[in-house]
Ligand binder design. Structure first.
Ligand code: KMT
Ligand code: NI
Length: 179
């Protein structure tokens, strides 16, 4: 189960947890209402894991690659981290599965509050098309993740405001029914 919580709005280092005081956790069920699904899988054996194969098959996640985010190996590291942390949406689902290391995905809830989702080894997450979100490393400064996609990948981020896309309107309809 991924751990998630409402964030404070301090300007402190983005890699810190940013818990509210007192701590305000967010359940997996609450995340589901926002269209965010999570799974716990066996990251050691991802290449042969029947559970991952099943998820891929059921959701048509035909495409897959690995991204390693670490200062000494990722070209344009600083610039990429900056881009990942700008609030944005995509026209397709964003699917990530942490193989090593850790990081945070932040998503906006139905009232525009930031929820911080802590992603560690074995955690997989799907963010629906049209949800505003961002990503940051945590204080470990390292993550290795699988990126999955339905068909040929399109990673284009549309920074907020990006409210005129059909993906956004559709997402808001989904939210109105669930959250
Ligand atoms: C993204 O789209 O935000 C990324 O690929 C970076 C995070 S992957 C753990
Ligand atoms: Ni994104």
């Amino acid at each position: 189960m991924v751990r998630a919580w409402y964030m404070d709005d301090s300007e402190e280092d983005q890699r810190k947890p940013h818990h509210l005081q007192p701590h305000q956790p967010v359940s997996q069920q609450d995340l589901q209402k926002l269209g965010v699904n999570s799974y716990k899988l066996d990251a050691e054996n991802y290449e042969t894991d029947p559970e991952l194969a099943k998820i891929r098959k059921e959701n048509n996640y035909s495409w897959m690659d690995i991204i390693t985010i670490r200062e000494d190996t990722l070209p344009n590291y600083e610039q990429k981290l900056k881009t990942f942390y700008e609030e944005h949406l995509h026209l397709d689902d964003e699917i990530r599965y942490i193989l090593e290391g850790s990081g945070y995905f932040d998503v906006r809830d139905n009232l525009e509050r930031w929820i911080r989702i802590s992603m560690e080894k074995g955690d997989m997450i799907t963010l629906p098309a049209g949800i505003y979100h961002r990503f940051t490393l945590d204080e470990n400064n390292y993550v290795k993740a699988l990126r999955l996609f339905v068909g040929e990948p399109v990673w284009t981020p549309y920074n907020r405001p990006a409210d005129d896309f059909e993906a956004r309107t559709k997402y808001l309809h989904l939210l109105a029914q669930t959250a």
